[in-house]
Design a protein around this ligand. Structure first.
Ligand code: AMP
Length: 285
């Protein structure tokens, strides 16, 4: 496994990998890796692709400097995990390597980005889209893998690659949970033991709503209220949003029909946690 710090080194690797004729996949991450990230690598490997992982805590997608600074960074540990997972290359650039002092070109996403994470974190998806476009342009992969954990981000990236004709296939990778049901996230490390306990109410509420859906409930109001009631049992939880949306355009619906999801975001211990569940007959929790 090679570790590249500069765009130039990465381009040389891509040139050589292209000459070998393999399919290539990119897995963009912000590091501090866990089983959720490794499952993205496995999704890429299931397509017989040579996998490159980028590790970059992207400053432009944080709207609070403090959140950016507090974001966990554990490069040595990450590299050991990726080596073990059979990754071919890691791209871990510095901030100045991607954003030079004269940097001024941004990608502005549209309506998919307006609500939910986009409303709570102004400029977040502009930062995500810009860095993803940069990484895809540098790595020129056949596939790029994104987790369903960040479902709004996944839809925005799918739209971005389609709109800009980037010629990359986006692979969706299922959300991975811890044994207690909490969605794996690098941010979970910042929860106190009591906060961690409280965080369980989020996945529990989503599971109750999903089970009600499987039992035949189609009212978005009802499904949403099951999640909210569960969140209200935990005084440490501040709810940002719970919404029943259509997967395609992320519009809220009164009645579930077609592919829908419940998206939710809460704050526990001043740590922002997001989660979601698909409203399909096949259980995913
Ligand atoms: P991050 O490092 O948090 O920016 O995440 C990098 C990628 O890993 C994104 O595509 C996330 O959606 C995905 N990811 C993070 N956590 C999980 C999880 N628990 N299950 C599945 N994918 C995840």
């Amino acid at each position: 496994m090679q570790v590249y710090r500069s765009c130039q080194e990465l381009r040389e690797y891509i040139g050589a990998a292209a000459a070998r004729g393999h399919q290539r996949a990119l897995v963009p991450t912000m590091g501090s890796l866990h089983r959720g990230h490794i499952s993205l690598v496995r999704t890429a490997q299931s397509r017989q692709a040579e996998v490159a992982v980028s590790i970059f805590v992207n400053p432009s997608q944080f709207n609070q400097r403090e959140d950016f600074e507090k974001y966990p960074r554990e490069l040595e540990r990450d590299l050991a995990l990726l080596q073990e997972a059979g990754v071919s290359a890691v791209f871990a650039p510095s901030e100045s390597e991607l954003y030079g002092p004269a940097f001024q070109s941004w990608i502005e996403p549209g309506s998919l980005s307006e609500r939910f994470e986009g409303a709570s974190r102004k400029g977040h998806f502009r930062g995500v889209c810009t860095v993803v476009a940069m990484l895809l342009n540098l790595a020129r992969p056949h596939y790029a893998v994104f987790g369903e954990k960040d479902f709004q981000q996944l839809r925005i990236v799918e739209q971005l690659t389609q709109d800009l004709k980037l010629g990359v296939e986006i692979l969706r990778s299922p959300l991975v949970r811890d044994e207690d049901g909490v969605a794996l996230s690098s941010r979970n490390a910042r929860l106190s033991p009591r906060g961690r306990e409280a965080a369980r109410a989020l996945s529990r509420g989503l599971r109750i709503a999903r089970d009600a859906f499987i039992g035949g409930e189609r009212s978005a109001l009802k499904l949403r209220s099951y999640v909210i009631e569960m969140l209200q049992t935990e005084p440490l939880i501040a709810t940002d949003y719970v919404a029943v949306v259509r997967e395609g355009d992320l519009q809220e619906l009164p009645t579930v029909a077609g592919n829908c999801r419940i998206l939710a975001a809460v704050t526990v211990d001043s740590v922002r946690l997001i989660d979601n569940v698909a409203l399909t007959e096949k259980p995913a929790l």
